[in-house]
Design a protein around this ligand. Structure first.
Ligand code: HEM
Length: 76
């Protein structure tokens, strides 16, 4: 159902903040990946996706921990 997922709508009255939102999403994602490490239970782990009226995702058991920041990556 991915082609029908149009979160910002479309056409002349589509979302004006779409590109701001993409930028914000990128900053949030980059910040999270920069600050934390992630590990799945095993390299073979498969995420269950069930397409329904909405997209349902199964459990995602993640281990998340803070990265050690070295002195030269810390902003003043
Ligand atoms: C994940 C974030 C966002 C989602 C999913 C979203 C989604 C939408 C949707 C579905 C509409 C309705 C479009 C329609 O009526 O067909 C809309 C309209 C609008 N959005 Fe967003 N939006 C988001 C973020 C933003 C941001 C950050 C801004 C402004 C900085 C913004 C500004 C607007 C404006 C001004 C409209 C009205 C456009 C019009 O009626 O001509 N949106 N948005």
């Amino acid at each position: 159902m991915e082609p029908y997922f149009i979160p910002f709508s479309t056409g002349a009255r589509g979302c004006l903040g779409r590109n701001i939102s993409y930028l914000e999403q990128m900053v949030v994602l980059a910040t999270i990946v920069h600050r934390y490490e992630f590990a799945l239970p095993s390299p073979e782990f498969q995420l269950i996706r069930q397409e329904d009226f909405d997209l349902l995702v199964g459990e995602l058991p993640l281990k998340i921990w803070r990265r050690e920041l070295s002195v030269d990556t810390v902003q003043p």
